[in-house]
Design a protein around this ligand. Structure first.
Ligand code: SIN
Length: 303
């Protein structure tokens, strides 16, 4: 009998699977096709202080072994998330959920997190300082250790729940940013968000997405994600949520060996809405194949 249990910042998860923000909506849409309580948890759509319509279309470009998105943080704003999305979720998901929060100023992050902190079905914050698709916010906080630390410190001051900071891979030194967040009080680090990329349409000879560039995700980015999880595990003591190109049970195990306590699945949900359920069901088989009894025991095992 194998155990899939893991622990994320003091909260026990039945398994390490976490659908990544932006690929699982606010959960209840997926609850119409399967019981989402089989998940460890999920990270809901990146929420901002004000509602956002998002970027102009087209926002998606297909790529080999991945995709580019330039959604631009489309979301109904924190008030509607509290009034409409979370009550709907409460009826179909009985575990703590991860609140993904974005902002355009430190005050934005503080406002949104302070409001969401009062919601009893939120277990963790995933503070997104890594969205590559907006100007004047998002990734600009996650590409400097000082700015990432400032957001972390400000959010920690107004919240009671674990704060996990989601980092951008579009940097030269991910370790210095992760360490700055840890020193500023972060309870965990989530990585990686998407890699800034682009595609050009040969017929129009113009960029495929209207915003010209977007975030590249999918199986092609897994080696980069693994490398960053491995490096950050060596440098910090707080738990890591590892993600980037994960689409199989084998990928989950690889990510945990690199140092992840829990694992996010993003683009794979857009290919197959049952992806996370299938990975959870397949994990015992793959664990047995590689003589793993407790998933918890393999965290950081590659070091
Ligand atoms: C988006 O809404 O543009 C994607 C979110 C992100 O990459 O952080």
């Amino acid at each position: 009998m194998v155990s899939l249990k893991t622990n994320l910042c003091g909260i026990e998860l039945d398994n390490p699977l976490i659908p990544a923000s932006g690929t699982f909506g606010f959960g209840y849409e997926f609850a119409q096709i399967y019981d989402i309580n089989c998940l460890g948890t999920f990270s809901f759509k990146g929420t901002t202080k004000e509602p956002r319509f998002g970027n102009p279309t087209p926002r998606i470009a297909e790529c080999e072994r991945g995709m580019i998105n330039s959604v631009g943080l489309q979301n109904p704003g924190v008030d509607k998330v509290i009034e409409q999305e979370l009550p709907k979720l409460r009826k179909c998901f009985f575990k703590p959920v991860m609140a993904n929060v974005s902002g355009f100023s430190v005050e934005d992050y503080v406002y949104t997190c302070e409001r969401l902190d009062k919601m009893d079905n939120i277990g963790w914050f995933e503070v997104n300082v890594s969205c590559p698709n907006v100007h004047g916010g998002g990734m600009s906080f996650g590409t400097s250790p000082e700015a990432a630390a400032e957001v972390t410190r400000a959010v920690k001051a107004v919240t009671t729940k674990p704060v996990i900071v989601k980092l951008s891979p579009n940097v030269t030194d991910i370790v210095s940013i992760a360490k700055a967040c840890e020193e500023a009080g972060a309870d965990g680090i989530s990585l990686i968000n998407t890699l800034l990329g682009m595609r050009i349409d040969l017929k129009t000879k113009k960029p495929v997405v209207a915003n010209k560039m977007g975030g590249f995700s999918g199986p092609a980015i897994k080696p980069v994600a693994l490398r960053m999880v491995y490096q950050v595990y060596d440098a910090v003591k707080i738990p890591i949520v590892g993600g980037g190109g994960v689409s199989t049970a084998e990928d989950v195990i690889e990510m945990m060996l690199a140092g992840a306590s829990a694992v996010e699945v993003g683009a794979a949900n857009l290919v197959d809405p049952y992806a996370c359920k299938k990975i959870i069901e397949d994990l015992p088989r793959v664990m047995e194949k590689y003589n793993i009894t407790n998933l918890k025991d393999i965290i950081g095992g590659a070091h």
